[in-house]
Design a protein around this ligand. Structure first.
Ligand SMILES: [Fe+2]
Length: 347
């Protein structure tokens, strides 16, 4: 007899079926981090306590309720970790966020930008595809079931980067943790990954751009190759981008969504990307976040890639929700170099 979920109203449904991936036209995005007071008075006054997960990536925060932050507090909420260090992922502990209701959750995340609508993932009944439920149990299976037999299930990526504007301050929260543990989420700093490279190699990368497509590994597994390619939404982004708030460069690679470097021959592109995809996984600048009841992870997709760690026992329930706001269109970190190189490709 299957057990009952803790949050039945958040079970994934898709009454309208799969829809084609939305191609969101370019728009001028608000970047709330630009307004933040560098001293972060609102979150510290509210009682924030911050501990680094590692010096380079990830922070744990206690003492603040996201649901009660003022607009100034929301401006400061993520900026703290992108301008003072190269850390850009925060695990907010002991949050009431999972229990504040759909409207409040939507309102808070929407503060950071218009919400992404997922074409295929289920959402709670009565809401819409801006809620993306990640659910595993004895009937639904888990990520291993979806992807079939593999030696490992690392799937490093940045979410939904195939439109001109890309995801920014993403919220991912837990409703139910697997009984025997596991199911962490891993993050890696694309800013630190860039900083680890030699000046000569950085010079080469600064001129390149990548082709991004919605026909990603995950979507192909969900809807099949034929449909994924037929409905694909595509764009290109610079391979090294400048963060819209801090101006710091990051290595904007995305192993499941961006698999071709513009202007290179296939072997050149494949081998260069193979190196970069291995490089970003380094333990030097990645971390794992362990989920606890009440944890909400917020991260900036322009500076971090992530991977699920589907190591929990078969049949156990793991229940999560993600919401993604769109931020700015990524700009090249070194425009002069980028434009000179692009000129050569465009002829
Ligand atoms: Fe993801």
């Amino acid at each position: 007899m299957p057990s009952e979920p803790l949050y039945p109203s958040y079970l994934p449904t898709r009454p309208d079926g799969y829809m084609p991936t939305l191609d969101v036209p370019e728009f001028e995005a608000d970047e709330p981090g630009r307004r933040a007071d560098p001293l972060k008075p609102a979150i510290f006054k509210a009682g924030a306590k911050i501990t680094n997960i590692t010096p380079r990536v990830g922070a744990e925060i206690t003492g603040v309720q996201l649901s009660q932050l003022s607009p100034a507090g929301l401006d400061e909420a993520l900026k703290k970790y992108v301008d003072e260090t190269i850390t850009n992922i925060e695990a907010q502990r002991d949050q009431d966020f999972a229990d504040v209701g759909f409207e409040k959750q939507r309102e808070i995340v929407k503060y950071y930008g218009p919400l992404h609508k997922h074409p295929t993932m289920g959402y709670p009944a009565g809401t819409g595809p801006e809620f993306h439920v990640v659910y595993a149990d004895e009937t639904a299976g888990n990520l291993r079931t979806l992807l079939g037999p593999h030696t490992t299930y690392d799937l490093w990526h940045v979410d939904q980067t195939f439109t001109p504007n890309v995801p920014s301050t993403t919220f991912f929260w837990v409703l139910e943790i697997p009984e025997s543990g596991g199911g962490d989420t891993a993050f890696t700093s694309l800013t630190a990954a860039y900083e680890a490279l030699s000046p000569t190699f950085r010079q080469l990368l600064g001129g390149l751009s990548l082709h991004h497509t919605s026909a990603s590994v995950g979507e192909v597994a969900r809807v099949g190759m034929e449909r994924a390619l037929k409905e694909a939404v595509n764009t290109t982004h610079p391979l090294v981008i400048k963060h819209p708030v801090t101006g710091k460069p990051s290595l904007f690679v995305n192993p499941t969504i961006a698999r071709k470097i513009e202007g290179l021959l296939p072997e050149e592109s494949d081998n260069l990307l193979k190196f970069l995809h291995e490089h970003i996984k380094s333990l030097d600048f990645s971390c794992r976040v362990r989920w606890e009841k009440g944890t909400v992870v917020i991260w900036d997709q322009r500076t971090a890639a992530h991977s699920a760690v589907p190591d929990f026992a078969d049949g156990e329930r793991r229940h999560m929700v993600r919401m993604i706001p769109y931020g700015s269109k990524p700009q090249p970190a070194f425009p002069e170099q980028f434009n000179a190189s692009k000129g050569k490709i465009d002829g």
